[in-house]
Design a protein around this ligand. Structure first.
Ligand code: TYD
Ligand code: MG
Length: 468
């Protein structure tokens, strides 16, 4: 008998604890700790490799045995680091209904033109999968469907078919009869993924796993698998909107900062080669509180619209709601505005900010834009037409330089924007057609964005940091 020890794993964040508790000590979620059996397998005689491993000089190791399989979609190749790596295990996480199965069926259709694809579906029947494939124009004889939940059967099929790509949709429906617990438990999800990983490496077949992000603590989310797999991709986006972002959070074979952009439509997903244009097309007409910023996603600058709404609220607890922006960043920006601009007090106001198109801003280069959108909404004046705002905000109200400014400016010019507020002293080429204004502080930026006197009084001090 194999010996086993027990630890507790959080189904939300994957953190481990030795003791059970009502609240996860790592991510502070409640009721998410699940028992996890660590089996100590007896070393069996036949598992020992015949030849012991030998250390080799690094330069004698072959660079990459097999070339990557490139898909038709450049957006998918980009997030994978240049295509599918043989023998890799890729996790695709996302909320139910966001489009993971759709994305993978498109990928299956593209791979099937040159090789066999094994699609293991534990959630949907063969008819359902076929109907989807038909709708996506991905119905191809090279795609084999296996409706199965048992890990042994799945591994056997992958080994037997040796496909160019295997897809397991989803890992939470797979269970290994050798372990306790039902499908979806931390033990099952982890052990199944670990076995699929070994199989992928052994026979060189790439395997894609679907992992649902759930709010329900009874099913282990994709985060408990992140350290097992080679690559982690998350499909994000509002189900009611078109845009879907495929974000890399880990990649042993490429950059972990890239995103791929897709749009969901009648015939499934389409890749969006020019996301800035798609985002700007859905942007609201210029109005008080909207600003266009340029954020860098991996190697690509993206033009994104941020919106703010500041509303007096004398009665209840004030709210700070941030969609697509870190709420702590919002708190910092509000504090800087209060300190550096006269007459700005947010103590009795609700503040809402949101990023259009379901994009999540993760870099501080959007700070200044966010600050100006808040000011614009408070003073009820729109920003000048065709303006892009770029800059990080420091705690003293100084506008700090950001990386890759030139690429951001070029992206703005390419999409017909005419003016840019940027950090002072940045050495970057100026694309033609863009009127560039350098600012040192948030107060300067406000004076530059709203040049004539503002009706509620001269509460903006002259350029430069003023000590109020
Ligand atoms: P699905 O891929 O089943 O999501 P997941 O596997 O992540 O749970 O996608 C489901 C949603 O996508 C569903 O709400 C309908 C929508 N959809 C379209 O809008 N067009 C399409 O062609 C398809 C196949 C799905
Ligand atoms: Mg699905």
């Amino acid at each position: 008998m194999a010996k086993s020890t027990i630890t507790y794993v959080c189904t939300e964040c994957g953190g481990e604890s030795l003791r059970w508790a009502g609240q996860c000590p790592h991510c502070h979620a409640w009721n998410t700790l699940q028992e996890f059996q660590v089996k100590k397998a007896k070393r069996e005689a036949n598992t020992r490799p015949l030849e012991p491993a030998r250390a080799l000089p690094l330069n004698e190791i072959a660079p990459e045995d097999a070339p990557r399989q490139r898909l038709e979609w450049g957006e998918l190749n980009r997030v994978l680091g240049g295509g599918i790596v043989p023998g890799s295990l890729v996790l695709i996480g996302g909320e139910p209904g966001v489009g993971k199965s759709t994305l993978l069926m498109h990928a299956a259709g593209q791979v099937a033109r040159s090789g066999k694809v094994l699609y293991v579906s534990g959630e949907e029947s063969g008819q359902q999968v076929r109907m989807r494939a038909e709708r996506l124009d991905s119905l191809h004889p090279g795609i084999l469907l296996l409706p199965e939940n048992d890990l042994d059967a799945i591994c056997e099929a992958i080994r037997g078919e040796s496909p160019a790509l295997a897809i397991v949709d989803s890992i939470q429906t797979v269970s290994d009869a050798g372990f306790e617990g039902s499908a979806g438990s931390v033990t099952q999800v982890r052990e199944s993924a670990a076995r699929l990983m070994r199989l992928a490496k052994e026979i060189g077949v790439p395997i894609f796993l679907v992992g649902h992000v759930t709010k329900d603590g009874s099913i282990a989310g994709p985060r408990v698998l992140e350290h097992i797999v080679d690559t982690v991709l998350y499909l994000e986006g509002d189900r009611r909107q078109e845009l879907r972002i495929l974000r890399v959070t880990k990649n042993r074979f490429g950059s972990a900062e890239e995103i791929g952009v897709f749009a969901m439509g009648e015939a499934g997903l389409e890749e969006v080669a020019d996301p800035s244009a798609a985002i700007l097309a859905t942007a609201a007409p210029v109005s008080p509180g909207t600003v266009i910023v340029a954020v860098l996603e991996g190697t690509r600058p993206l033009l994104v619209e941020v919106q703010s709404l500041v509303n007096k609220n004398e009665n209840a607890m004030v709210r700070r709601i941030a969609n697509g922006v870190d709420v702590n960043r919002l708190h910092m920006i509000l504090a800087v505005l209060e300190k550096r601009l006269h007459g700005f007090k947010f103590g009795n106001s609700d503040v809402f900010v949101s990023v259009a198109g379901g994009i999540r801003i993760t870099e501080p280069a959007a700070d200044l834009g966010l600050a100006l959108s808040i000011v614009s909404n408070v003073v009820n004046r729109p920003m000048p037409d065709g303006l892009i705002v770029i800059g990080e905000l420091g705690l003293t109200g100084e506008v700090r330089r950001v990386g890759q400014l030139e690429r951001r400016l070029h992206e703005a010019a390419r999409h017909g924007l005419t003016r840019a507020l940027i950090p002072a002293g940045a050495r970057a080429g100026r694309p033609s057609g863009l009127d560039v204004i350098e600012v040192r502080t948030v107060a300067e930026a406000v004076s530059a964005a709203f040049p004539s006197p503002i009706k509620s009084g001269a509460f903006i001090e002259e350029a430069g940091i003023s000590v109020s």
